[in-house]
Ligand binder design. Structure first.
Ligand SMILES: NC(=O)c1ccc[n+]([C@@H]2O[C@H](COP(=O)([O-])OP(=O)(O)OC[C@H]3O[C@@H](n4cnc5c(N)ncnc54)[C@H](O)[C@@H]3O)[C@@H](O)[C@H]2O)c1
Length: 342
């Protein structure tokens, strides 16, 4: 049995981008992608990945211990990069249960199965368990300051609470059993293949359909925007070279109010689809922006201090916001060339 890295949630947004990136870097590396294919996951995201003979897909639920144990029995898992999660804050506000099942129970199952398998092989402290986490665990910032790896956890919604809980479990397996665990916490990702319910695809989809573009509150909430490919490069570095039991914050150094991001995307659409603008009798796609009631407990500002990963691992984001947004808009225009989802 040749060794393989287990990717969880690889049919989702970041996981599928990561698999593409990782295959380009290490085409001979065996990759097992386990994904439940929830509403957020799609095999369309990994059609190219599936052409590589070293890629294997397992349709399964990480909240089911039997499924997870079977993967460790069927393959020689040398490391885990754990993306699978319920990831949408609004959905967690509606119903937190799936977030506990996947983000907490699922993470625990993976830790337990990895620990049992790696202990038996005498490689518990060598094989690596990498948890992909979020800056939302740190809560909300005021006008100034940034999250560092030392910022105490202060989650404000069920999604971030479940991710913080998963982080604590991951750390506990490192401290208690000497497992080789590592965490990276990133800011808001954007780029190709993001589920259409998230902010950027929503702006593009609504604009293309001449529907209102809904923006929460006054649109002045600030996020730090990270192009997904930059994130994938950072994960590669953390997985291969990060120090055991450490956390690495990954940010795009791109703090922007939601409303400004929205206007930039609309401006790009004005430039790339002037024909549609004319058909719709609009001057600018931004005319469709409509402010709606704010999200409950909407965190005001997130900002990441990414100096640790920069100093220790030599990573820094390479794609600036304008270019990253242009690539993203172009990707969705291509995807929805003939059919804009309603
Ligand atoms: N998107 C972001 O901006 C962002 C920011 C910070 C951290 N993160 C973290 O990165 C990771 C990936 O996020 P994403 O945006 O790609 O999410 P996503 O929602 O696009 O994808 C999640 C994937 O996990 C799969 N999945 C869900 N439940 C599962 C289960 N029980 N068993 C197996 N597979 C399951 C889904 O089918 C989907 O393919 C998550 O852990 C998320 O918390 C994301």
């Amino acid at each position: 049995m040749s060794k393989a890295i287990l990717i969880t949630g690889g049919a989702g947004f970041i996981g599928s981008n990561f698999i593409q990136y990782f295959q380009e870097q290490y085409p001979e590396q065996q990759l097992i992608n386990v994904d439940k294919l929830t509403y957020a996951g799609s095999l369309n995201n990994v059609t190219e990945a599936a052409n590589n003979k070293n890629y294997h897909f397992v349709h399964g639920d990480i909240a089911d211990m039997k499924t997870v144990t079977a993967i460790f029995a069927d393959y020689d898992i040398e490391g885990v990069i754990h993306f699978a999660a319920e990831s949408h804050v609004d959905r967690s506000i509606q119903d937190a249960s799936p977030f506990i099942d996947t983000n907490i129970v699922g993470t625990l199952n993976l830790l337990q199965a990895a620990r049992a398998d790696w202990e038996e092989k005498g490689e518990l402290s060598e094989r690596r368990f990498h948890h992909i986490s979020t800056d939302e665990i740190y809560g909300s910032l005021g006008e100034s300051g940034k999250f560092t790896e030392e910022t105490p956890y202060d989650p404000r919604n069920p999604y971030s609470a479940s991710k913080a809980g998963a982080n604590f479990l991951v750390k506990s397996f490192g401290h208690t059993y000497g497992m080789n665990v590592i965490i990276s916490s990133c800011s808001n990702n954007y780029g190709p293949r993001q589920h259409e319910e998230k902010l950027l695809p929503t702006i593009i989809r609504q604009a293309l359909a001449k529907e209102k573009i809904p923006i929460y509150g006054d649109g002045k909430n600030i996020r730090d925007w990270l192009f997904v490919e930059d994130h994938c490069k950072a994960i590669d570095l953390v997985y291969h070279h990060g120090k055991t039991l450490e956390t690495y914050n990954i940010g795009g150094n791109n703090e922007q109010e939601n409303i400004l991001i929205t206007h930039t995307v609309c401006r790009l659409l004005d430039e790339l689809r002037p024909d549609l603008l004319q058909t719709y009798g609009l001057q600018h796609f931004s005319d469709l922006v409509t402010f709606v009631e704010d999200r409950k407990g909407h965190d005001k500002r997130y900002a990441i201090d990414a100096s640790k990963i920069q100093n220790e691992l030599g990573w820094q984001p390479e794609v600036d916001l304008e270019n990253g947004l242009r690539k993203t808009v172009e990707w969705y225009l291509q995807k929805w060339k003939t059919n804009v989802p309603t």
